[in-house]
Design a protein around this ligand. Structure first.
Ligand SMILES: Nc1ncnc2c1ncn2[C@@H]1O[C@H](COP(=O)(O)OP(=O)(O)OP(=O)(O)O)[C@@H](O)[C@H]1O
Length: 359
């Protein structure tokens, strides 16, 4: 089957600076791809290239087998001629048009017949649950409702590809969670392929069928969210994804062992030939308390946050912050010493350069 989206050697330079640097990914039809990464990693630039608002410096964008942008050929198909719809962070509704008018406008531009337009407007109003707002003007509805109208307007013409640029970042926390599942429902109902930009890794992990983690314009890793959590290829991916954030401990090879201070954490063979390595421990693999026969450290309690019946605890050990879990609700005084036990072996081993070692 033809991929819905294929990016080959896609780059965008501003002067000497590569905002997007040699990206190569293929996205199957119907996927929900989330582009995630820290501020300035190139997410918006990549999305703007997908939308046809920015010309690639090099490489190609192919939608459903058709080249829509090409750096070499200097080709960029017009935003309206690439079967893609873009939803921005700011809703950009036309203030002088009613909700129904806003949704109908792109269909007029695309020369749909009056009857088809009316039927489609009614359909998307219903899909977004905003029928009762159809005659109101943008100034007369809330921010969350405006966002729904903006989404309705984008999906009206039935684009094959939906592009979202941090669409929920202006909403409050509760509404954001609600809209997340709404967007998933809309994605399924339209059977479009979606590309969604966020810097919120929780949003990425809950919504995505595929995630691309970007760092300095490059894709660090691309795949289903579970694969990225279970088998991160770099320390960047390992610590960027997952809640609470994972721990990386630098260990030194001594004889047959990998030691963290005086503590033996793993067999030296796990680090291959490296003298030093970084061990990945998820918070739930370090438990507050002691367990016989397992490596334990005495750390200085810093703070505690209850999460789903357990407690996420941060503590300091030799100046390093460590995140661990306690069963039930846990409290201690800041500065108090608490035991932390490494109840599981490290879930991955990385070279000091950040690359994964072994399986
Ligand atoms: N028109 C431009 N001219 C020069 N540099 C630019 C331009 N647009 C973006 N950049 C630079 O390219 C890099 C990537 O920017 P981009 O907006 O794509 O990042 P982002 O990942 O979307 O960040 P954020 O999450 O903060 O929105 C940044 O360093 C930015 O300063």
């Amino acid at each position: 089957m033809t991929d819905a989206i294929r990016l080959s050697h896609l780059s965008k330079r501003f002067g000497d600076f590569a905002a997007v640097d040699d990206i190569n990914i293929a996205v199957p039809k119907g996927a929900f791809l989330v582009l995630v990464g820290p501020s300035g990693c190139g997410k918006s630039t990549l999305l703007r290239m997908l939308a046809g608002l920015e010309t690639p410096s090099e490489g190609e964008i192919v939608f459903g087998g058709r080249v829509v942008s090409s750096g070499q050929a200097g080709l960029v198909a017009d935003p309206s001629d690439r079967d893609a719809g873009l939803v921005f962070q700011s809703y950009a509704l036309w203030p002088h048009m009613s909700v129904a008018g806003n949704i109908e406008w792109p269909l007029k531009v695309a020369k749909w017949s009056r009857a088809d337009r009316q039927a489609r407007v009614a359909e998307v109003l219903q899909l977004l649950g905003i029928e009762e707002l159809s005659q109101r003007y943008p100034a007369e509805i809330s921010g969350g409702q405006q966002q729904r109208v903006a989404i309705a307007r984008t999906i009206g013409p039935k684009p094959g590809i939906l592009l979202f640029d941090e669409p929920l970042s202006n909403l409050d926390a509760k509404l954001r969670i609600e809209m997340r599942s709404e967007l998933m429902r809309i994605h399924r109902a339209t059977s479009a392929t979606s590309v969604y930009v966020t810097h919120d890794q929780v949003e990425a992990m809950t919504m995505a069928s595929h995630v691309a983690v970007l760092n300095k314009g490059k894709v660090e890793q691309f795949g289903p969210p579970i694969d990225l959590l279970e088998k991160p290829l770099t320390t960047f991916v390992a610590t960027f994804l997952g809640t609470p954030p994972a721990n990386l401990l630098t260990v030194t090879r001594q004889a047959g062992e990998l030691r963290f201070g005086n503590l033996v954490l793993a067999a030296a063979a796990q680090a291959g030939q490296h003298e030093k390595a970084q061990l990945l421990y998820r918070a739930h693999d370090i438990l507050v308390g002691e367990q016989k026969g397992k490596p334990v450290i005495s750390a200085i309690f810093d703070e505690a946050a209850p999460i789903a019946g357990r407690t996420m605890v941060t503590a300091l050990f030799e100046g390093k912050r460590i995140t661990a879990m306690a069963d039930g609700y846990f409290r201690a005084q800041p500065g108090e010493r608490i035991p932390l036990t490494f109840i599981e072996p490290p879930s991955a081993v990385f070279a000091m350069s950040g690359e994964r070692i072994g399986e």
